[in-house]
Design a protein around this ligand. Structure first.
Ligand code: LLP
Length: 426
């Protein structure tokens, strides 16, 4: 039974934002992966990223099953920029899906984790010769051509046949933050207009590069299905190919007010459009990142200071160093004290970070139940892009990543030390 604690006017509970299977025990403690969050905070310190591995695996399975049941000749590739952590890559490899990497760093981690190179797709609008050489040497399945320089570089590197896709601009602008919209004319990614035909004919005449198909990615945190239909229709106009990579972009549910399409609805939208506009024998790839990992992750902080006034502030021991979603993309989050969920009467606070700028606000106006110094705050839905963009602002040590599930926990990335901050000095 889910607790009524933390219910909002719509009847939804903040518990709904935590990984599937989370609960509140008889002492009011939030339990994720069979473990009390306060105990995880005690064991690993704060701030810490926690990933419910069971929930993560079940989310991967949901994407995989949705795709394979509707379009058997398909592959889900995790857009690993959303969570480029070796243990995360290992989960994807174990679950039998592919991985998309943007550059040599992500490629190195994917290979180290045991991802089958034939299931790796390499992206980037500025891939260096060194990165392309790494990809060719690793025998990756597909390299996505973004520009003519990619073609020049690859032709000089490849000796046997390398399969490639061409990234195209479908001319679709989904409703999302400007910084993460990528499918519109004028985007820095991919080729547009007559350049697409030029690239395609060059590749068709290449004796080293084998053109398998086209790729698009229209943006991220997209909360509607219509732009995906529009984009598949636009993609079909570039011609008939063996492979169509439809990108990622499905939005995650960060707050109770968010109602993104289900995984199934997203897949149905893409496949319905593919049935209508693409060749029936084509292989379909999709590259979900955010929605694959966001909801199985959360961040734990400790309250460092409570300042009452107008507004009242709760300051924690993290912030922009571990979560740039708020300051870069205005992404709303919710939060709760890990052993006292808010009630209808809980007062509202601004949850702020420890970094030296006013933009370091995690949540404006969050109901918290009597916060005091030392309390553990849990922010759900931080599994995507937070670890990715964690940084050392103000000398912050990047947090550890802890996997949990079935009452067990294991660290997969350790916390940085002050010594780490000095390690690269010469
Ligand atoms: N495929 C390509 C080629 C991409 O560039 C991306 C994301 C994806 C797939 C996955 O998209 P998703 O399913 O995660 O929406 N730093 C930003 C997010 C940038 C997304 C970049 N590309 C953030 O923190 O929100």
């Amino acid at each position: 039974m889910r607790s009524e604690a933390g219910s909002d006017a719509d009847g939804g509970s903040i518990l709904d934002l935590f990984p599937r299977g989370s609960s509140v025990d008889s002492e009011g403690e939030l339990v994720v992966g069979g473990l009390r969050l306060t105990e995880l905070a005690e064991t690993y310190g704060t701030p810490a990223y926690v990933v419910d591995e069971t929930a993560l695996r079940s989310q991967v399975a949901e994407f995989r099953t949705a795709m394979s049941s509707r379009w058997p000749n398909s592959l889900v590739c995790f857009a690993s920029k959303a969570f480029p952590c070796t243990a995360g890559y290992a989960v994807m490899a174990d679950e039998g899906i592919g991985v998309d990497v943007a550059g040599g760093g992500e490629l190195t981690m994917a290979l180290r984790a045991g991802v089958d190179p034939s299931r790796i797709v390499v992206h980037g609008n500025a891939k260096t010769t060194e990165e392309l050489a790494l990809a060719v040497q690793a025998k990756v399945g597909l390299i996505v051509i973004d520009n003519f320089d990619d073609i020049d570089r690859l032709e000089s590197l490849v000796h046997s046949e390398q399969p490639v896709l061409v990234r195209v601009v479908p001319g679709v602008r989904p409703d999302t933050h400007e910084a993460i919209a990528t499918g519109q004319h004028g985007s820095k990614f991919g080729l547009d207009g007559p350049d697409v035909d030029r690239a395609i004919s060059r590749l068709r005449n290449s004796d080293r590069l084998r053109l398998d198909g086209v790729h698009m990615h229209i943006g991220s945190q997209i909360m509607a299905t219509e732009p995906f239909t529009e984009a598949v229709r636009a993609l079909a106009e570039f011609g008939e190919f063996d492979v169509y990579d439809l990108g990622g972009g499905l939005g995650a549910r960060y707050t109770r007010a968010d109602h993104p399409p289900s995984v199934r609805a997203w897949v149905d939208t893409l496949v319905d459009a593919a049935e209508q506009y693409l060749p029936a024998r084509a292989r379909l790839l999709v590259e979900p990142g955010r929605r694959l990992v966001a909801e199985s992750g959360l961040t734990l902080y400790r309250v460092v200071s409570v300042k009452r006034g107008t507004p009242s502030f709760v300051a924690v021991d993290g912030g922009m160093g571990d979560n740039l979603e708020v300051s870069l993309y205005d992404q709303p989050f919710e939060a709760t004290i890990a052993n006292r969920l808010p009630t209808r009467d809980s007062p509202v606070f601004d949850l702020v970070g420890r970094h030296c700028e006013s933009g370091d606000r995690l949540i404006q106006g969050v109901a918290l139940s009597d916060p005091v110094v030392g309390d553990i705050i849990a922010v759900p839905v931080t599994g995507a892009y937070c670890f990715t963009m964690s940084n050392n602002y103000n000398g912050a040590r990047r947090p550890p990543v802890v996997f949990c599930g079935d009452g067990r926990h294991r660290p997969v990335v350790r916390r940085e030390t002050y010594e780490d901050l000095l390690r690269r000095d010469i």
